[in-house]
Write a protein that binds this ligand. Sequence first.
Ligand code: PLP
Length: 502
Amino acid sequence: MSKSTHFDIQALLTTAPDQNLPQWRNLYHQIKTAILTDKLKADLRLPPSRTLAKQLSLSRNTIISAFDQLIAEGYLVAKQGSGTYVANISPDQQFFTPTPTKPPAPKKLNLSQHGMEMAAVKRASFNQTWRYIPFQSSLPDLTQFPRAEFAKLLSQVTKTAAIDQLDYNYTGGLKPFKQAIATYLGASRGVICQPEQVLIVSGSQAALDLTARLLIDKGNDIWFEHPGYGGAHSVFAAVGANFHAMPIIDDQHQFAAAINSCPHPKLAYITPSHQHPTGATMSLKHRQTMLQLAEERNFWLIEDDYDSEYRYDGRPIAALQGLDQSHRTIYIGTFSKILSPALRCAYMVLPPQLVNPFTAASFNAGINVPNIIQLALTEFINNGQFTSHIRKMRVLYNERRLTLLSAIDQHLSQYIKPMSTNAGMHFAVKIIHPKLQILGDTQIAKHLRQNDISIRALSLYGLTPLPPTQQGLLLGFAPFTPAQLTQATVKMANIFTKLCHA
Ligand SMILES: Cc1ncc(COP(=O)(O)O)c(C=O)c1O
């Protein structure tokens, strides 16, 4: 080993320090870079920590911390009674940012058909710049997330989780969490299930993707709401489903059109509590018809119950799953709208015969939810915080909904007319002004977005172009204060005045 410790180490440590990092971390980084770039040669003995501290005007503790880390990572070797040496490693480029090379042309990616379809999704919500301004839809008020309470529960369950709860979970979710969800769904949504039928997955989107992949082969026919939810459309399109429209006209699902187009689909995707995007609620009679059709024609029903907790007028309508005597309904619910999409936690209630394949596939797909999150949510439900949070949010959102309705009535009544408005976090409006109808909802939405109003056209959700009478706009109200909503409504009225009376 070389014994040379008489060299100017400062001259070798050329990486500029980062003022935001502790001194030991900067020194660690500088020595590591000097080793990797071969400035500090293998087997070189470094000066003792005391000497180095003097040379570099740093504390000895700083030197020791940096050395400890470099020894732990194998860059330095400590020899008892002899000193600290540069390890015998060849300069390793792998930790350096590689020089960017030109990306290959897209056609060379060689993606699978499924891969191309999955990657082709361009949802409007990907545009983050629109997200936090009225009238962004599908967004809860994230400022209301119960941070302190949830942090407390996370800390608590991290301390108390049993050993097997720190392991992989092969059963599609923790038993106590499934139990808590089954009890909650039974009491508040009329869902009838055993806890074993509950499968915990990382979002409704994951649930939909899993369903599409497990039930649909390329070319299989499905009934799909028209207009309908883009997230579901994407995953069914990716597996090559053949879409048959179930038009939503005047708040009603038009089953006859779907039957005419395809008498025997493999499945139907529906949002009966709060149709996405029109906001319609499927009546009890129509729920019964839907179930009867599924039984007679032997298809699966996917009930996406994404924001049903928010119902403002009238009696809550029980989930369709609770009426299903023939075990054909796959029920999906999520914590994204009640708490936060960042939890990535949703649940499926599966017909008994699908529990095993879906559970196994969910593990294979790696869409399980961290056990720690499940445990915290279990506590949150069981100690009553969940239902009181829902109650609080319902009051808050209702106030905002009423403010928006009255602002529309006051400023926009000659241009637009609200459709179903008694549930959820958004409602849709029809375009009633002839000049705006000529312009079409897509152009109107584009125009409004150019003026910093975040809005989506109903046409965005159509399987085929929507006729002018069914076109409209989607107005999210949940995350915005009454003042923001009123202000945006007035702004929209000014834009419409210019468009219609110029
Ligand atoms: C109808 C519908 N289903 C599902 C989802 C997705 O929920 P998650 O965040 O659980 O994936 C949304 C989100 O906006 C939605 O609007």
